[in-house]
Structures are given as structure tokens and as C-alpha cells.
Design a protein around this ligand. Structure first.
Ligand code: C5P
Length: 300
């Protein structure tokens, strides 16, 4: 086999509870990940040496050097296998770049799956998960898909039962937000408040709503501890969230570290209406609809 293409979904966080800053610069999380039907595609072609090319949505904002998360994943996998494999990766982006939807992590996960196949390594998911955790906190979930709760940095995962489908609208913003800067802003806000930071806990009502496929209850339970930090760095997101609420979203929140805003709709038809209303309101660069949960990366 000399070419493998893998399709990989984006994620939205349904609950992102951020604990105190740890000694290693990370935060302990309770992170409820939910994979949604916006997909990047990564094609791996056998080559000597490692290279990456990016096309599609905001491709010019993605590095095409060793900083690219997909290349880092391929290098880490070759090192794990103890061989000097080569690959040329082509990434077709639809997931917003630096948008809080784990697009880079998705590309890394897709590269792991594609190269594992291309190089005939046959490594099990558990091995890929370990390599993934070293690349980034959200990469293990990007390998898993569906709905799952992540603890630790977000890399220790337990799959969750989720009835679904849930219907989503995503409002994309101009430019991205740096995840590290949003966490740092969150720490700054907490320091100003001077209140103790609680250990993060999964919200029982949110897990029940997922299990029952109850969109109304889920909408009321969506929370993101990074939201106030993302809003401080990008105040215009407040109007985007407000517009979605005003047009009947069951829940509205910043996705991960932002700046993408996510809105839960009651049905596919309602998602279409809500998307139209948000476009008309002019509060987003682009508005997309999607459903979740969807499975993780798949060879196509
Ligand atoms: O793990 P990843 O490289 O994706 O994380 C990017 C940045 O986000 C980290 O450098 C850190 O600043 C922040 N982060 C954090 N706590 C986490 C996950 C990420 O502070 N649990």
C-alpha cells in the first residue's frame, strides 16, 4: 500500500471544568469531549523523508514544517517503531484552524492512523493513544471519537454513553485564539478574583442528559471554565453567543479555548434555521451545522 487517506472529526467540549494550575504548567480537567461531523482529511503517501502540505479552510495559518502536529505525530510513530520511515502528508482542512475544535489534534490523530496503516505497523489503539498523549492533551480523544470524559490534562479518557444525535451550529470567528494564552488569561482572572479554585468534577445532570439524548437538558448543562477568558481576549464573542440564545439555541458556549461558538439546536431543521439567523445577524465569519456524536478517525 503506498497511499492511505483518513477522515477525522472535530470536537466540541460539552463541559470543560478547569482545576488549579499544576506544577508542570497544565491544569487538571474534567473535559467532556463530543466528536461532531466537521471533518479534515489526511492522506499519507510513502516517501523518503517527512513533509506536509495543507489546503482548504484557513490553510495558510497552518505551519508546513516540523511544528505541524501531523508531522510531529508521524515522527513520534516512526520513533516508537524504531525505524526511519518517511511519509508525505496532505491535509485537507475543513475544521477551523485554532478555533477551539481540536483541528490540529484531529490531524495528528489522523496521521497516526494513516501512518500505522501505510507502514504496516499494526499497532493497537492503546499504543497510538500513548503516543497521542505526548503530542497534545486533546489528541487521544481525537483518536477515540464519540463522546468521552477526559481527566488529568484531558488525556485520560472514558467513553460515555450518548444517545443523540445532537444537532449543532458553529459560528466561526476571524482568526484563532492560542490555547496557552486562553489558559493563562483564565489563571489571571482567577488570581484577580482571589477565590480558591475547586477540583473539577463531572456534572451528573450533563451525563444523564447525554445518556437520555435529552437535548433541552443538555443545553442547560453546557459549561466552559475557559469561556470568560476567551471573552476577555475576544469581547465580540459575547454578541455572537447572545444572538444564538436570542434565536432559540438550547445552549450556547465557546468551544474549548475558542473563538468558535457552539449552539445546541432542538433538531436538524432548527439547526438550519438558527444557522440562517446567525448568518443574517452578521455575528460570525462563517456558520456551519453538524451533528454528534460521530465515530473517530476512519480510513476512507
Ligand atoms: O496539550 P496541548 O499542547 O494541546 O496544550 C496546549 C496548552 O494549553 C498548554 O501548553 C497549556 O498552556 C494549556 N493546557 C493547560 N492544561 C491542560 C491542557 C492544556 O493548561 N489540561
Amino acid at each position: 500500500m503506498n497511499s492511505v487517506t483518513v477522515r477525522v472529526p472535530a470536537k466540541v467540549n460539552l463541559q470543560l471544568a478547569v482545576g488549579p494550575l499544576r506544577g508542570d504548567g497544565y491544569h487538571d480537567l474534567v473535559n467532556v469531549f463530543h466528536a461532531v461531523s466537521l471533518f479534515d482529511e489526511v492522506t499519507a503517501v510513502a516517501e523518503t523523508g517527512m513533509s506536509v502540505r495543507v489546503e482548504g479552510e484557513s490553510a495558510d495559518q497552518v505551519p508546513e514544517d516540523d511544528d505541524n502536529l501531523a508531522i510531529r505525530a508521524a515522527v513520534a510513530l516512526a520513533r516508537h517503531a524504531g525505524r526511519s520511515y518517511g511519509v508525505s502528508l496532505a491535509i485537507r482542512k475543513a475544521i477551523p484552524v485554532a478555533g477551539g475544535m481540536a483541528g490540529g489534534s484531529a490531524d495528528a490523530a489522523a496521521a497516526l492512523v494513516a501512518c500505522n496503516e501505510l507502514w504496516g505497523l499494526g499497532l493497537p489503539l492503546e499504543d497510538l493513544m500513548e503516543i497521542a498523549a505526548d503530542i497534545g492533551s486533546d489528541v487521544p480523544f481525537a483518536l477515540l471519537g464519540g463522546t468521552a470524559v477526559g481527566t488529568g490534562r484531558g488525556e485520560r479518557l472514558t467513553s460515555l454513553e450518548a444517545a443523540g444525535p445532537f444537532h449543532w451550529v458553529f459560528a466561526l470567528a476571524d482568526g484563532g485564539l492560542s490555547t496557552a494564552k486562553v489558559y493563562a488569561e483564565c489563571d489571571r482572572i482567577r488570581a484577580e478574583e482571589g477565590l480558591p479554585v475547586a477540583e473539577p468534577r463531572a456534572a451528573g445532570a450533563l451525563l444523564a442528559a447525554l445518556r437520555d439524548g435529552d437535548a433541552k437538558a443538555l443545553g442547560a448543562e453546557l459549561t466552559n471554565d475557559l469561556q470568560s477568558a476567551a471573552l476577555r481576549l475576544r469581547p465580540s464573542l459575547a454578541a455572537t453567543l447572545e444572538a444564538g440564545r436570542g434565536h432559540g439555541a438550547l445552549g450556547a458556549l465557546v468551544s474549548g479555548s475558542g473563538p468558535t461558538c457552539a449552539f445546541l439546536a432542538a433538531s436538524a431543521a432548527h439547526a438550519g434555521e438558527l444557522a440562517g439567523a446567525l448568518r443574517d445577524a452578521g455575528v460570525a465569519r462563517e456558520v456551519l451545522t453538524a451533528h454528534g456524536p460521530v465515530p473517530g478517525p476512519a480510513v476512507v
